[in-house]
Design a protein around this ligand. Structure first.
Ligand SMILES: Nc1nc2c(ncn2[C@@H]2O[C@H](COP(=O)(O)OP(=O)(O)OP(=O)(O)O)[C@@H](O)[C@H]2O)c(=O)[nH]1
Ligand SMILES: [Mg+2]
Length: 228
């Protein structure tokens, strides 16, 4: 059954790997460029206005922020909001320390089950996104690419954004890296069902295994526009 993420609570902010909570439950990390919509995606998924700190000012999220997902009184998973990569306003020195800690987290955290990569649908995947895909590819971490702010695109542009993202990730998928893609609008809450299903599959893979695996190349968005 698809997990309901409404009962999710802020747990702790960590500035390095050693400060992270125990790796006791499946964890899903949200990555992407600054201002792409990571914190907003967490808020929308959990139907809470200010769970994760979203802002018009790029670079607001500056720590690893952990949120616990509760079901029947038990913590079943953690969502982790990261600062956007490529936030140029950080001083160069702190930027490199930061990159190192994030790199450590992404490559060493044992409880990580999947990585949600938020990409502004108007911009598509850029160099930093490819850097991230390469990085997590080393540990075969599944990546779900969420093309955000799709409310700003026409139906034709949405189809094009999906096709472009599929083309941009083909080489990784051909190499066996598990990558799925969907359109998403936090504003219109479109793409929610597909988003919840993907996260559920990572958290409870055994329960979902009876269902046919979605074809990553099809990027079967429920409310995807016609491709013609
Ligand atoms: N129209 C529209 N705006 C969005 C959507 N998602 C996020 N935004 C807006 O984009 C801006 C940035 O959103 P955040 O969620 O703070 O972005 P972030 O990726 O967490 O940014 P950093 O923490 O700086 O890395 C905010 O003004 C949001 O309201 C969306 O789906 N549609
Ligand atoms: Mg943020």
């Amino acid at each position: 059954m698809t997990i309901n993420f409404h009962n999710t609570h802020f747990e702790i902010s960590a500035s390095k790997l050693q400060e992270c909570p125990g790796a006791s439950v499946p964890e899903i990390v949200f990555v992407g460029r600054s201002n792409a919509g990571k914190s907003t995606a967490i808020n929308t998924l959990c139907q809470q206005r200010q769970l994760a700190y979203a802002s018009k000012m790029p670079g607001r999220t500056q720590l690893l922020n952990f949120f616990t997902v509760i079901q029947k009184g038990e913590t079943i998973a953690r969502l982790v909001d990261l600062p956007g990569y490529g936030f140029a306003k950080l001083a160069e020195s702190s930027k490199s320390i930061w990159d190192k800690e994030l790199g450590n987290y992404l490559s060493e955290r044992p409880s990580l089950r999947g990585c949600v990569m938020i990409v502004d649908s108007r911009r598509g995947l850029l160099e930093m996104d490819h850097g991230l895909l390469n990085w997590v590819g080393h540990r075969s971490l599944p990546v779900h690419i969420v093309l955000s702010k799709s409310d700003k695109l026409s139906n034709q542009e949405k189809s094009q954004a999906l096709r472009d993202a599929q083309a941009a990730t083909k080489a990784y998928r051909d190499y066996g890296q598990p990558i799925t893609i969907q359109l998403w609008s936090a504003l219109k809450k479109s793409g929610m069902t597909e988003f919840e299903k993907r996260l559920t599959q990572w958290i409870h893979p055994e329960e979902e295994s009876a269902e046919p695996e979605a074809n990553p190349q099809a990027a079967s968005e429920n409310n995807a526009p016609p491709t013609s």
